[in-house]
Write a protein that binds this ligand. Structure first.
Ligand code: SAM
Length: 481
């Protein structure tokens, strides 16, 4: 009897170890306790508590911590409808992805869905988390690289931090994300906190990845069995499809630029939204793109060139200084005289806490809180550069009140000539309670709040799921009266 019990327990243990190995165990986002407390105070603030009650507020906060570490359930691409009709791009993309699938011996059924409300968006459902067996050969990559892998990318050589000692081309390896940023380059057996993101085939020898001098380039590991499967868009129809999060595409439509107008994109690199604005204008008019970091200007120009857009002029310039004190100055570059632009986009530098997937926030609370003053400085310039009757769109990819609804309350108070405008399309949620805005004002704001619709069983159908399960994002639209 005892022997039988031992035998059964043994089997049970063996099976449970096997199952534990095969099932995707995915962590919640990790962060410093001070940051968790801060985010909790944002999500469980007095106004939220009064309206939804403590249980619902807590449920939303817990959902947030889980969904931030997982990728959105759809990959979104913006179609270059200034170059070809959506249906044609849809067809070409399907054919291209089928070709890629057959080359890598994957199942060739590719689902691509046009978004019902955003006329230049194609959505591709993400398959995951999948059950993938971990292997003994481990490649460790930086967190940013791993996040890209979870969204369908291959591992590029510069992202690799550690690999087996004798890794050679063709070896099958498991890829892990270095959660704490502690793996040193060239490690052979990293034992720190890491998370499995899938299996792939090495495309480079270890020696060529870590060779001194020349930095390694190109694909280092091609993902064949990722935890989340979605197509890699590397080199796929580069002028016809542009990988972009759904809320970022919505920003361009909310700005609603028209052919012939002069538009300012104040914080523009790498230029995803700049290019969208130019495309929506049929490349007729002028889109001025500024960014403070010189090396990023080339990215804007490169994207404009790939997407065949000529109305974009990119300058390296500090947006806070972009308004000239000389109202007669007419040079085409910054600084500009006041009231020079029909529309201004302020896609502000922000704490970026809405980015998904993100398994670990390493920032301190001080760093997170440092953005509000900079955003206000930029906002001052944006309002001055906007013509009377012009439109200003303010957006962030973060989830705090301080950088979103509180900025709107501050702006409405500081600039009495600004009024909030209706947004089209409005597919996200409304603004979040907690900054003292009225329900009419909140209604005019658009907040993409993945925690509201997060559901791991994922039973909701499109478009609800695609619209809800996005990165965290915020959009406000103003008019200068
Ligand atoms: N709009 C971009 C897009 O969709 O591709 C993303 C912009 S990103 C959220 C913010 C950008 O602001 C960064 O590229 C950063 O270099 C830039 N930035 C930060 N401070 C700035 C400043 N004072 N003036 C201009 N750009 C700034």
């Amino acid at each position: 009897m005892l022997r039988r019990h031992v035998k059964t327990t043994g089997w049970f243990l063996y099976l449970s170890i096997k199952v534990r190995q095969a099932m995707p165990v995915f962590p919640r986002i990790s962060m410093k306790p001070e940051v968790t407390e801060y985010l909790k105070s944002v999500y469980i603030n007095k106004e939220v508590l009064t309206v939804v009650g403590p249980e619902e507020a807590e449920r939303r906060f817990q959902n947030l911590l889980t969904c931030l570490s997982h990728p959105p359930s759809y990959t979104c691409v913006r179609a270059s409808t200034h170059l070809a009709p959506l249906e044609e791009i849809h067809h070409q993309l399907g054919e291209e992805l089928k070709k890629i699938c057959s080359l890598s011996a994957q199942e060739a059924s590719v689902h691509i869905l046009p978004h019902p409300q955003v006329k230049d968006v194609l959505l591709l459902p993400v398959d995951g988390p999948r059950c993938v067996q971990q292997l003994s050969s481990e490649v460790v990559v930086g967190a940013q690289c791993a996040n890209a892998v979870l969204r369908g990318a291959n591992v590029f050589a510069p992202g690799i931090l550690g690999s087996p000692k004798y890794m050679k081309v063709g070896d099958v390896v498991s890829v892990f994300s270095d959660l704490e940023g502690r793996c040193t380059r060239g490690a052979t057996n990293y034992q720190g906190k890491k998370v499995f993101v899938g299996n792939g085939v090495a495309k480079r020898d270890r020696s060529s990845i870590f060779c001194p001098g020349e930095p390694a380039r190109g694909v280092g590991v091609q993902m064949v069995d990722p935890l989340y499967r979605s197509p890699s868009f590397d080199g796929v129809l580069p002028s016809l499809v542009f990988l972009q999060n759904l809320p970022s595409v919505v920003v361009g439509h909310v700005l609603d630029p028209h052919p012939g107008e002069r538009i300012l994109d104040m914080c523009a690199a790498p230029g995803g939204k700049t290019c969208h604005i130019a495309a929506l204008m049929g490349d007729q008019g002028e889109v001025v793109a500024l960014d403070k970091i010189r090396s990023k200007i080339a990215q804007i120009q490169e994207n404009a060139q790939i997407l065949r857009l000529q109305s974009i002029k990119a300058f390296c310039f500090d947006g806070t200084k972009a308004v000239s004190s000389d109202s007669t100055q007419t040079s085409e570059g910054p600084p500009f005289p006041a009231e020079s632009f029909d529309r201004v986009l302020l896609d502000a530098p922000c704490s970026g806490l809405g980015q998904r997937p993100n398994m670990s926030i390493t920032w301190s609370l001080k760093e997170i809180c440092s953005y509000q003053p900079l955003q206000r400085k930029l906002f001052h310039t944006a309002v001055r550069l906007l013509k009377k009757g012009g439109v200003l769109v303010y957006s962030t990819c973060t989830i705090t009140l301080a950088e979103n609804e509180e900025q709107v309350a501050w702006a409405l108070h500081t600039f009495p000539r600004l009024t909030l405008q209706l947004q089209k399309p409005h597919i996200g949620a409304e603004g979040m309670l907690g900054a003292g805005l009225s329900s009419e004002q909140l209604h005019l704001l658009q907040r993409f709040s993945p925690e509201l619709s997060w559901d791991q069983t994922q039973t909701t159908s499109l478009p609800c799921r695609a619209d809800g399960d996005t990165i965290g994002f915020f959009i406000a639209k103003f008019m200068k009266t």
